[in-house]
Design a protein around this ligand. Sequence first.
Ligand SMILES: Nc1ncnc2c1ncn2[C@@H]1O[C@H](COP(=O)(O)OP(=O)(O)OP(=O)(O)O)[C@@H](O)[C@H]1O
Length: 268
Amino acid sequence: GNNNKMDFIPRYIIEMGSESVKVVVRSRPLNDREKALQSKMVLSMDLERCQCFIEKPGAADEPPKQFTFDGTYFTDHTTEQMYNEIAYPLVEGVTEGYNGTIFAYGQTGSGKSFTMQGTPVPASQRGVIPRAFEHIFETIQCTENTKFLVRASYLEIYNEEIRDLLGSEIKNKLELKEHPERGVYVRDLSMHTVHSVGECEGILEQGWRNRAVGYTLMNKDSSRSHSIFTIHLEICSTGLLVTHRNGISGRNNRLYRFHLTRKVNFNF
Ligand SMILES: Nc1ncnc2c1ncn2[C@@H]1O[C@H](COP(=O)(O)OP(=O)(O)OP(=O)(O)O)[C@@H](O)[C@H]1O
């Protein structure tokens, strides 16, 4: 027919296009130190327009600095709300055959661990990572004619050196490599097969502890530490041919990766 180039691009790529990266902001309440210093909250948000306003303290006549995001979460929002609106569709996509990454970025004490790891109580503040575990295993249980292999890895980048938080020798430095088909990967990073939410939580806990040990050895400086928890999902259709939303079909195994990371160093 016509020479419309779009005809040759799979629909799922067009649909993902502009929406493949979303940036949302979350603000935490003032902490005790900030309250003791009688710090003033300089941030306000227009949640409907997804805008943030930052005033300069002591300069009430100056207009506030304004930033627009894909989503805004104020001090009283919960991780549950964030998960449902932001992470849920992404994790759902991974179970259907997309890769996905959730990346927490912010200065020390801004709430990256609070958001990603979370606290068990109150339940509304459970972290994104345990919620993703639960989500993935629920999907696995409800999906017929499909086998899933779930594996997890957990690494830390500290001073530009990569270490395996789940490895037998956590002090060993690992190398970043590039494979013509598989892309960039970390050589010798250990992979752990997991069968349940509980096993995932155990692995998360174990890696987190190893990270803390690393800190006391290296003089805690979290601003130079980045950690990446990855869930690798291998999906294999058994029985009838299953066509995923992205057009992949057949009985062959495919590997999808889902990264949950936290990174520091945030500059305005
Ligand atoms: N939305 C929130 N509501 C209530 N408390 C929060 C919130 N976000 C963070 N906090 C609290 O603020 C403190 C710092 O948060 P957290 O440890 O998550 O920071 P971080 O960004 O991971 O810091 P670092 O980079 O140093 O590891 C914690 O005590 C946490 O419980």
